[in-house]
Design a protein around this ligand. Structure first.
Ligand SMILES: *[C@@H]1O[C@H](CO)[C@@H](O)[C@H](O)[C@H]1NC(C)=O
Ligand SMILES: *[C@@H]1O[C@H](CO)[C@@H](O)[C@H](O)[C@H]1NC(C)=O
Ligand SMILES: *[C@@H]1O[C@H](CO)[C@@H](O)[C@H](O)[C@H]1NC(C)=O
Ligand SMILES: *[C@@H]1O[C@H](CO)[C@@H](O)[C@H](O)[C@H]1NC(C)=O
Ligand SMILES: *[C@@H]1O[C@H](CO)[C@@H](O)[C@H](O)[C@H]1NC(C)=O
Length: 411
């Protein structure tokens, strides 16, 4: 064996040793995209419970949202995670190095809050960070991964989001798998949400999505969503580009996460709200609402609870939809569904003017069953007819709007 070959052989051996502990993530969770509520976009790091007691990061906020998930019918549709984000901690670990929830804002502690949420048939998620600090400046998990995994399991946590602020991305390929392994070893199934690829993308590189899927259930790969159509449409463009073919890694147990739903916040028109719902369904995205569930317009709430949209999102095959055509501001997206069905979206990214008419041949959507397809309009479920592969299909789409179709094979 010459010197070079030996070195390479050794390298392979070391890789095997390093990654021997987990072959692929198998915690039985996120078989379809997880659904629930997450505080970040709407409530941020508001810790001022003195002046803003109803909107500050506190046990009161998460209890209230848990109550509303149940009483307003969200839980029945599958929205079961109540997810804490940043700024829930004391600025110091305790004398044993364990994390402590802020004593003023979470007077009963996280274990108590988990019990409260569980008693309602919901699950509790929490937030930490791979680096030395969280993005909001609270104690990070670097050097404490195993202890923090144990703390979360002890508290009865069901989902952990691990951010990447104040971390060295050179460490992530070791740190995220290590945390995944430590979480596994607690014996408590906890959904693992990784911000790992997002930091790699910010660094101008293409993540190794297959490896990430071996350790994470869901992962953020782009910017945080903001309360604006610019932000929503920018995320959709990133997912349309699909750089690194990340759509192909999605499937039961593993999903790309384009970030929270902002329906119910301040910025989106009704058409734009429909776009976010339709596209998050087509993209097989986690559905984490980040708005005040106690103050949502009825038509917005109806979109969040729309059965057809949720059925597309939760399709058991878990295949992520993709942009198959882009012609100026008009995009066509398709998602393969169970029983050879398909959801398709005509998306109009034009900001101005009036509606556009989009016409396609049915076969160009990938719909080739000879007896044709029954097509319904996605939001209403209303039939628009039966179409054979050679037929043309037209729909009119508003600016920054969508026409969503669901095709099922004709009997
Ligand atoms: C830990 O990993 C093993 C092997 O992949 C899996 O069978 C088990 O269900 C996992 N346990 C938890 C708690 O995630
Ligand atoms: C630290 O650990 C010791 C021994 O397990 C325990 O008695 C003590 O209560 C712990 N301290 C804190 C602050 O949790
Ligand atoms: C998508 O790709 C286009 C063309 O390569 C590029 O100009 C654009 O910046 C990309 N957008 C995003 C959000 O990645
Ligand atoms: C990504 O997918 C496209 C077509 O779907 C293919 O041509 C390309 O080789 C793929 N790239 C990688 C890196 O797998
Ligand atoms: C579909 O539209 C194309 C282009 O307008 C047209 O040439 C074709 O005849 C149409 N097909 C059918 C089945 O109507």
């Amino acid at each position: 064996m010459d010197h070079k070959l030996e070195a390479r052989f050794l390298g392979v051996l070391m890789l095997c040793l390093t990654f021997d502990w987990t072959i692929s993530l198998d915690n039985g969770l996120a078989l379809t995209p997880p659904m629930g509520w997450l505080s970040w976009e709407r409530y941020r790091c508001n810790i001022d419970c003195v002046n803003d007691p109803d909107n500050c990061i506190s046990e009161k906020l998460y209890m209230k949202m848990a109550d509303l998930l149940v009483s307003e019918g969200y839980k029945d549709k599958g929205y079961i995670y109540v997810n804490i984000d940043d700024c829930w901690m004391e600025k110091q670990r305790d004398s044993n190095g364990s994390l402590v929830a802020d004593r003023q804002r979470f007077p009963h502690g996280i274990k108590w809050l988990a019990d409260y949420v569980h008693a309602k048939g919901l699950k509790l998620g929490i937030y930490e960070d791979m680096g030395t600090y969280t993005c909001g400046g609270y104690p990070g998990s670097e050097f404490y991964l195993q202890q923090d995994a144990q703390t979360f399991a002890l508290w009865g946590i069901d989902s952990v989001k691990l951010d990447g602020c104040y971390g060295d991305i050179g460490d992530f390929a070791y740190g995220y798998p290590a945390m995944s392994n430590f979480m596994n070893r607690t014996g408590r199934p906890m959904l693992f949400s990784c911000s790992w690829p997002a930091y790699i993308v910010f660094n101008g590189q293409i993540p190794d999505y297959k490896t990430i899927a071996d350790y994470c259930n869901i992962w953020r790969n782009y910017r945080d969503i903001e309360d604006s159509w610019d932000s929503v449409s920018d995320i959709i463009r990133f997912y349309g580009n699909d750089t690194g073919n990340f759509s192909m890694v999605a499937g039961p147990g593993n999903f790309n996460d384009p970030d929270m739903l902002i329906l119910g916040d301040y910025s989106l028109s009704y058409d734009q709200q429909k776009v976010q719902m339709a596209m998050w369904a087509i993209m097989a995205s986690p559905l984490f609402i980040s708005s005040d569930l106690g103050n949502i317009q009825p038509e917005t709430k109806a979109l969040l609870l729309n059965d057809n949209i949720i059925r597309i999102n939760q399709d058991p095959l878990g295949i992520q939809g993709r942009r198959i055509m882009k012609n100026g501001d008009i995009e066509i997206w398709t998602r393969t569904l169970i029983n050879k069905g398909m959801a398709f979206a005509f998306l109009n990214m034009n900001y101005g003017g009036g509606p556009s008419k989009v016409t396609v041949t049915i076969s160009s959507l990938g719909l080739n069953a000879p007896f044709g397809y029954n097509i319904v309009e996605g939001f209403s479920g209303q039939s628009v007819g039966t179409f054979k592969p050679q037929d043309n299909f037209s729909a009119t789409v508003d600016p920054s709007g969508v026409w969503l179709g669901i095709a099922s094979v004709s009997p």
